[in-house]
Design a protein around this ligand. Structure first.
Ligand code: PLP
Length: 644
């Protein structure tokens, strides 16, 4: 199977081998408690001191303080608590303080969430004000100048995690001139990518996170300018000069120390010029593979290690699935929000059109990147483009014409397309407006003529003189199912119908109206994710009975060599993937499953069907659908090919 190409460095990174060795050494050989006064403790303390000294040199900490903690989220809490406690103390002393908590509109969520949390917890009632950014993601310095006199704390970042946009820290410092506001700069994405000389600036606080630069997760640092207010988040044994109690994460500190040593040696990591060249190569590969691609920030304002782009007509989910199938790991926006399919608040704040913010993809890499990996990534990007072209999704007219029944889902609504490749005619049932463009692209790319747009509710115009409409080899019949409601029965010419498009009717309400074994194709996911019948039930076996792992799959294939392996990923994912389960796998995307059901259900004897996809979600739906229809020999690969 393809080696994975990891292009999600802004989410996290692998651990540098030297860092891994340093962590193991710390655990095996320097396991003492650095607070102990005996020799074992002193040896551990030497590791701690060396890592701190390196960090202080590299970041230009000067007379400021640098403490180790668990990461940037903890650092941000500590900063917010410190700044707000300072406001409270000044208020108590009758001194004037700022009333605004200003934060960049594109900050990591840890910033506004912490501000809101501690503001409420401490009962301060300060106003949270997002600082706008321009279309290129840079802070509105004029707005900051206006807010500065009333600001208690200003939070900005050195570089953005979604877009890589580099902040104008000198411009921000100038806008804050004369203001008593404290200033935090989130330096998470800057470490190892931008020069930092903290004590030479007016920055009061700077949090860092080890796992964004080849150290393990759970280790971070916080810079505090000499004289800046400080309140510990954790009290206890007095470690870190009393600023952060708790026995130090020595393995993490040793590993971070090794990463900092690599930064200092000047040879481990790629130079800026090399990183720029890598970005150019990747951007060119993307331009060639994905026609119409737009990069969401100008390159000259961003870190060379981050590319953020959108492709017209393709959602982030589709692009992510495509890249994932080719074993190229990218993300949609930030890793924290990747599980929720939401538009990017960062791109929204930049005022980009909705389609760009909801379809954005982030490709990011770290400064350890090498030429061979970039070349392989470019080759796989080209393969993804080719797979998309062959699927016809990009409107390419050379792609093979799709045929049969197609189910597309948008916002919980199913749209059904009946396609007859031989005649080039098709019909759409309950087409959802969100899919209009996609349907148009498909029709144009494959020179299909839409002979009917049918709706199961309202006054649909029926384009045929009788109740039967011909779509090539298919026959569609109209049947009234209630007031203002119709359903459409579909079958091959001369045969009885196999599918019924029932709109939003409750399947049980159709008992006695439709034959019990007709496959009911609903208009919403709430009724059924795929399709059902009047006889359908939860199946006689428990859901766990359909789950296979690598070992049980092997046993099943040994016992049933004729079992059919069904890849339910979309055709472009299937095409972009290397055969990983075996060459005998067939591609029947979930969107085509309804069309494949009649033949499977009519089989005698029934072959075991093993569905698989990338994560196991889609294949679970396919196997669950078959089992609910009484096909007990349906299975799926739990965890998908990602875990196999
Ligand atoms: N700030 C930025 C800019 C980040 O990218 C991240 C991580 O995604 C964080 C803060 C939070 O860092 P951590 O994972 O160390 O808590």
């Amino acid at each position: 199977m393809n080696k994975e190409i990891y292009l999600d460095g802004n989410a996290t990174t692998a651990v540098l081998p030297a860092a891994l060795r340093a962590a193991v050494f710390a655990m095996e050989e320097r396991y003492g408690n650095p607070s102990s006064t005996h020799a074992t403790g002193l040896k551990a303390k030497a590791v701690l001191d060396a890592a701190r000294a390196r960090a202080c040199r590299l970041l230009g900490v000067g007379t400021g303080q640098l403490m180790f903690n668990s990461g940037a989220t903890e650092g941000i809490q500590t900063v917010v608590l410190s700044a707000l406690c300072a406001v409270r103390a000044r208020r108590a002393a009758g001194e004037r303080t700022g009333t605004l908590l200003v934060y960049g509109a594109t900050e990591h969520k840890a910033v506004p969430e912490s501000l809101a949390h501690w503001n409420v917890l401490l009962g301060l009632g300060l106003d949270l004000v997002p600082l706008p950014v321009d279309a290129g993601g840079c802070h509105d310095l004029e707005a900051l100048r206006r807010l500065a006199p009333d600001a208690a704390l200003v939070c900005t970042m050195a570089a953005n995690n979604e877009t890589g946009v580099i902040s104008d820290l000198a411009g921000i410092a100038a806008a804050l001139d004369g203001s008593a506001a404290l200033w935090m700069v989130d330096c998470v994405q800057a470490l190892g990518k931008l020069p930092l000389d903290l004590a030479a600036t007016r920055i009061d606080y700077a949090p860092f996170s080890g796992h964004k630069l080849y150290a393990p997760k759970g280790i971070g640092m916080l810079y505090v300018r000499a004289g800046a207010p400080f309140t510990p988040l954790m009290k206890g044994g007095g470690q870190e000069t009393g600023w952060r109690s708790g026995t130090e994460n020595m393995a993490g500190i040793a590993a971070l120390g090794a990463v900092l040593a690599a930064l200092e040696d000047g040879v481990t990591f790629r130079s800026h010029a090399e990183l720029h060249a890598f970005r150019e190569q990747l951007a060119n590969a993307l331009r060639q593979a994905l026609p119409g691609i737009v990069f969401n920030v100008p390159f000259d304002r961003a870190l060379p290690t981050t590319l953020n782009f959108s492709v017209p007509g393709l959602s982030s989910k589709e692009l992510l699935d495509l890249f994932d199938a080719a074993a190229v790991r990218v993300s949609a926006g930030s890793a924290c929000s990747a599980a929720k399919a939401q538009p990017s608040y960062v791109l929204d704040a930049m005022g980009l059109p909705e389609w760009r913010s909801s379809s954005a993809v982030r490709l990011s890499f770290g400064p350890l990147m090498d030429a061979a990996t970039v070349a392989e990534a470019c080759a796989r990007i080209a393969r993804c483009g080719e797979a998309l072209r062959r699927s016809g999704l990009l409107g390419d007219t050379t792609a093979a014409r799709p045929d049969g029944l197609l189910q597309w889902t948008a916002g919980g609504h199913h749209t059904w397309l009946v396609l007859d490749a031989a005649s080039g005619t098709c019909a759409a049932i309950d087409p959802h407006p969100a899919l209009d463009e996609r349907i148009d692209t498909l029709l144009r790319a494959h020179r299909y003529r839409l002979v009917a747009r049918l709706f199961t509710q309202g006054d649909a115009t029926w384009p045929a003189p009788e109740d039967c409409l011909a779509i090539g080899r298919w026959r569609l019949r109209r049947a009234a199912t209630g007031k203002g409601r119709a359903c459409y029965l579909l079958g091959p010419q001369g045969e009885s119908p196999r599918h019924a498009f029932i709109g939003s009717a409750e399947p049980s309400s159709l008992a006695g109206v439709l034959p019990a074994d007709l496959l009911l194709c609903p208009a919403t996911e709430a009724q059924s994710a795929l399709c059902t019948t009047l006889r359908a039930g939860p199946g006689k076996t428990s859901p766990a009975a359909m789950h296979l792992d690598a070992a049980t799959l092997e046993t099943l294939l040994r016992e049933h060599p004729a079992a059919l392996l069904v890849d339910v990923r979309e055709p472009y994912e299937h095409a972009a993937a290397e055969p990983c389960i075996g060459p005998q796998a067939v591609s029947i995307p979930l969107s085509r499953l309804a069309g494949a059901l009649p033949a499977w259900l009519a089989q005698a004897p029934r072959l075991p069907l093993v569905f698989f996809c990338q994560s196991g979600n889609r294949s679970a739906r396919a196997a669950g659908c078959l089992r609910s229809l009484g096909y007990a020999e349906a299975f799926h690969l739990q965890g998908g090919v990602a875990l196999s």
